[in-house]
Structures are given as C-alpha cells and as structure tokens.
Write a protein that binds this ligand. Structure first.
Ligand code: NAI
Length: 456
C-alpha cells in the first residue's frame, strides 16, 4: 500500500504528527528504532522531572520544612528507588503513547528507518528489511547529545566515566563527586538534583554565565542560590582534556585538574541526521540540521521536518506545535509556525521561566522597549509558600506597552509562563491584561500587578 504519511521518529514531534494525521483520516506509518516517546519521555524532560520532584520532597524533609513548622528526623533519599520510580513513570507514559497511536490507527514499525528514494510512486523508506512507500514524509528523528572533540572525552563516554543525559538517568548509584560539563539546561537541572541528594557538584561552563541566553538577572540570582547550597561554579572555564573521570580545565587562573567519580556531558545537542538516508532524496541541511520554512517544509517537495531535527528550538513543546503545523499544511489548511513566544523553563528550584525577548535580545535587535520588574513577594501566596524567597517577574514592553518578553524566577513560574506567552502571541498591552480577573491568592497575580502598574 501507499501510505498518506510516513513519519520517522516516535518522540513528541513524531508521535504528535502521526496522531494528528491519523485523526484527520490519513493512513500513517510511524518508525521508531528505540522506544516510543523519544528523548523527552525516556531520557529527557519527564524522567528529569520525576527525579527533581523526589529531590524537592527530600529537601523539605531534610531541613527545608523547618521554616514551615515541620521537622523530620532521619530523612533519607534512596537514589536507586528514585530511579526505579522514574522507570515506572516512563513505562506508564510510553504505553500511553502506544495507546494514542492505536487510537489514531497509526501503524507503528519498531525499527530504524532509512530513506531510500523519491519518485513518481512516492517516498520509499526501509525499516527492518521491509520497504514502505508514502505520499508525504515527516522527518522527526530528534537530536543526540553533542560530544565535542575534547581529547579523551569520547573514550570516557565509552568507559562510562563520562555520561550524557541518557546514561545519567539510568545510574542507580549516585556519584559522591560529579563534574557537570556545561551550565545550560541539562547541566543545571542535574546539578540541582545531585546537589539535593548530597553529591558534591562542580559546574564547568565556558561562558561568563549559567543558563545560556536566559535573562542575566535570573542567571546571577540562580547561581547565588545554588552557590549557597554548595554547588561550585567555574565560569569562563574551558575543558581541555578528559582522562577517566578527571577533567583538565583552563581559565584565567591557569590550568588545573578536577577529579570526580563521574562527568556529565551537557554541552548541547545536535540534530540526529547521520545515516538516515536523507541525502538520498536531496534534503538540504545546515550544520547537520534540516532546514525548514515556517510551514515545516524542507527543500524537497512533500518532505517536512519537525522537532529537534530542524535545530530551530529543540524543545518538546515547540515540536508538538511544529508537528501540528506540518500535518495541517499536508491537509491543505492554512497554518504556520510562530517562534516569537516559545516558553523555556529550567526546572531548578526555584524555576527559571522565560518567553519572548530578553533585555539583551531586544537591545541587540534595536527595539524600543522598557521593563517592569516586580518581586514575587507582591503575592501573598508566594510569601505563604516561599519562606525567604526572592523571586521576581520581569516584563519587557514595547513603546505601546505591549508585552514582547517576560521572565519569572520563582515557583510555580513553569505553570504561569503560558499566560505571558499568550499575551505575547495575542499582542496584548498592559491595559488589556489588567482588565482580566486573576484568581486570588495566586503567584500569577504578580503578572497582572506588573501590567496594572503601567496603567495611568
Ligand atoms: P544548552 O545549550 O542548554 O547548554 C550547554 C552549555 O554548555 C552552554 O552554557 C555552553 O556555553 C556550555 N558549553 C558548551 N561547550 C562547552 C565546553 N567545551 N566547556 C564548557 N562549557 C561548554 O545544552 P544542554 O544543557 O546540553 O541541553 C540540550 C538541549 O536540551 C537544549 O536545547 C535544551 O533546550 C534541551 N533541554 C530542555 C530542557 C527544558 O526545557 N527544561 C531540559 C533539558 C534539556
């Protein structure tokens, strides 16, 4: 048979595309070589959050509850049990995706797929020694951890001394000393977990800040909070060599060696395009990622690329929306991707949430803007639940007081940031936001207060 749509990859991008296409009545075949759910469900977003939730409970039991009148003696955390629970959560969610595929009548082929050709009969993909033909192809093969050519690093990954996000989430014995190479999203979330459970953590970051492009005020406050908890940060520090689990580094103070039990490699990800046969049909790539337009079309007609593989945003929630856009376009509907308001969250404690422009990006683009910064202590709920908390919300407003960017340092920023994304997407100004009634008492009220402060 000739399928309407072939989908390569069963992560958030691929399973969402397959499900949407199936529900629109298209015949769909999805290929997944590892496990449905991809990196996000199996070795990324969801497993990390289960670990961080255990850490949060432990932090409260291990002294953190005392501010709230709760004292626990003999609090313990069992890392192996945390990992076992993570495996259970992953299993539940992966079987949920399988059910979703069934519900959408998607044929799931559990094999590595390779694109062979494209001609008048369609696009041919080979998987598990079978050939499959489709009228359209959606590429959603995701990304893999980048392992840069630092001498000895590849060998250390092979020997298990250095770990990527995949291996560290399977580790049943917590290291006593951990070097986190890269102070970005993965590095900070894992540093947070291991710091909570008692591991000695050193973060090595080549830039002068942690959290990558995140708001600089949030980055600096977050670093201060974790430094107080005992995490060591080595900024402007370059990793030059790895020998077993020892990392040689260089910075302004000179060269030194850091010894640990394990090294986490968290210095970015690259699109998973090697050995997939994409070049057999002439798919154009830039720095290994598939180039797409805002309708997720590649340079090859009938071929789309969604999720991490196009290198645009590398977030599961972007992938969902890109998948919907691709399927809508295939179905002949008008749709296009808008990247101006993609929320990003670092699930440390406190959480770091942002969307749209930062002061830095707005400045670099030459935009006319002003900011409103408000402490989260304006919210009674925040004070009730965050003893000693120093979080804040910042709005970036254009000349007409329309929100073009926002960030929140504090909990539950991850549950609030979508409201700010909506404001940016719908181009709401402060007066319009202030007319919306927010529930009280919530931390989200600070968003309305910040908007109201601009209304004369
Ligand atoms: P990242 O790009 O967030 O951070 C990498 C960091 O490593 C950067 O700060 C960079 O300056 C630093 N770095 C690069 N090379 C280095 C070197 N040789 N020595 C020292 N530092 C170096 O990448 P990360 O943390 O690996 O995450 C990968 C992807 O996964 C990201 O695209 C992220 O969006 C996604 N992700 C998202 C999460 C979330 O939304 N909460 C959670 C985890 C991952």
């Amino acid at each position: 048979m000739v399928y309407d749509v072939l989908v390569i990859g069963g992560g958030p991008a691929g399973y969402k595309a397959a499900e949407r296409a199936g529900h629109k009545g298209m015949s769909v075949c999805l290929f997944e070589g590892r496990s449905l759910g991809g990196v996000c469900l199996n070795e990324g977003c969801v497993p990390t959050k289960t670990l961080l939730y255990s850490a949060k409970i432990f932090d409260y039991a291990n002294g953190g509850g005392e501010h709230y009148g709760v004292t626990v003696t003999g609090a313990k955390i069992d890392h192996a049990q945390v990992i076992a629970r993570k495996d259970k959560v992953v299993k539940t969610l992966v079987s949920g995706v399988a059910m979703q595929m069934k519900g959408a009548k998607v044929n799931v082929v559990k094999a590595q797929a390779k694109v062979l050709s494209k001609d008048a009969s369609g696009i041919t993909v080979e998987a598990g020694n079978e050939k499959y033909v489709g009228k359209k192809l959606i590429i959603a093969s995701g990304s893999v951890a980048a392992v840069p050519p630092i001498p000895g690093l590849k060998e250390a990954v092979a020997s298990g001394d250095a770990l990527t996000n995949r291996e560290i989430l399977a580790l049943t014995e917590a290291p006593k000393k951990l070097i986190v190479l890269g102070g970005g999203v993965i590095g900070l979330e894992m540093a947070s977990y291991f710091n909570s459970i008692g591991t000695e953590v050193t973060v090595v970051e080549m830039l002068d800040r942690i959290g990558g492009p995140t708001d600089i005020d949030m980055s600096e406050m977050l670093r201060g909070i974790y430094e107080k908890r005992g995490v060591k940060f080595m900024l402007k520090t370059k990793a030059v060599a790895v020998k077993g689990s020892t990392l040689a580094v260089e910075n302004a103070s000179g060269a030194s060696e850091l010894a640990a039990d394990k090294i986490l490699v968290a210095i970015g990800r690259r699109a998973n395009t090697a050995d997939m046969g994409y070049e057999n049909i002439g798919v154009y790539m830039e720095r290994g990622a598939i180039k797409t337009d805002d309708q997720m079309k590649t340079n090859v007609s009938d071929v789309f690329a969604v999720g991490d593989v196009n290198g645009k945003s590398m977030l599961a929630h972007t992938a969902y929306r890109e998948a919907e856009v691709a399927v809508n376009v295939i179905a002949g509907e008008r749709d296009a991707m808008d990247y101006s308001a993609i929320p990003a969250v670092i699930y440390t404690n406190p959480e770091v949430s942002s969307v749209g422009e930062t002061e830095e990006t707005a400045k670099n683009k030459g935009l006319k803007f002003h900011t409103v910064k408000m402490p989260l202590q304006y919210s009674g709920r925040y004070i009730a639940e965050n003893e000693g908390g120093t979080g804040f919300l910042k709005l970036i407003l254009d000349a007409d007081d329309i929100v073009i960017g926002a960030c929140i340092l504090g909990n539950p920023g991850s549950e609030m940031i979508f409201g700010l994304a909506m404001a940016i997407t719908r181009k709401l100004n402060c007066a319009e936001i202030a007319k919306v009634v927010f529930p009280h008492p919530t931390v989200g009220e600070v968003f309305r207060d910040a908007a109201l402060s601009q209304v004369k």
